[in-house]
Design a protein around this ligand. Structure first.
Ligand SMILES: [Zn+2]
Length: 127
């Protein structure tokens, strides 16, 4: 069973390295199935590397419930990464928010408010 989809996108002048074919997000129903498969494969454990700041500094939640787990594209879709299982991993909300990506700014501020990441989160960002 394969849930992989891709769509052709125009190359933008400002991003000469953008691939011609770019994977897109799966439709929500498919993504729910993918989420559960990846979560089960990872046995509900955050897969951020031990030597990266969130785990090295004890911020990682390690065990996550299916509802709170974030399924991360190791290579982002925007950089040509796919929805294949080999490119997906389970992360806890903290490790996901701290992954180097400006799109995560909103997630970070919510976690700061909840006290799950420190105000000086910048030093814990990883990739
Ligand atoms: Zn984590």
């Amino acid at each position: 069973m394969s849930f992989e989809l891709y769509t052709k996108v125009k190359q933008k002048r400002q991003h000469p390295n953008l691939p011609v074919y770019q994977w897109k997000r799966q439709p929500l129903e498919q993504w729910e199935i993918t989420r559960q498969r990846i979560y089960s494969r990872d046995e509900g454990l955050c897969q951020s590397p031990d030597d990266k700041p969130p785990k090295a500094n004890g911020l990682c939640q390690r065990t996550v419930s299916l509802n709170t787990a974030h399924i991360d594209h190791i290579r982002p879709l925007s950089s040509g990464g796919s929805n294949h299982a080999s490119n997906l991993r389970t992360l806890c909300p903290v490790c996901h928010a701290l992954r180097l990506d400006r799109k995560h700014d909103g997630m970070r501020s919510r976690l700061v408010k909840k006290g799950l990441i420190p105000v000086n989160w910048r030093q814990f960002v990883w990739d």
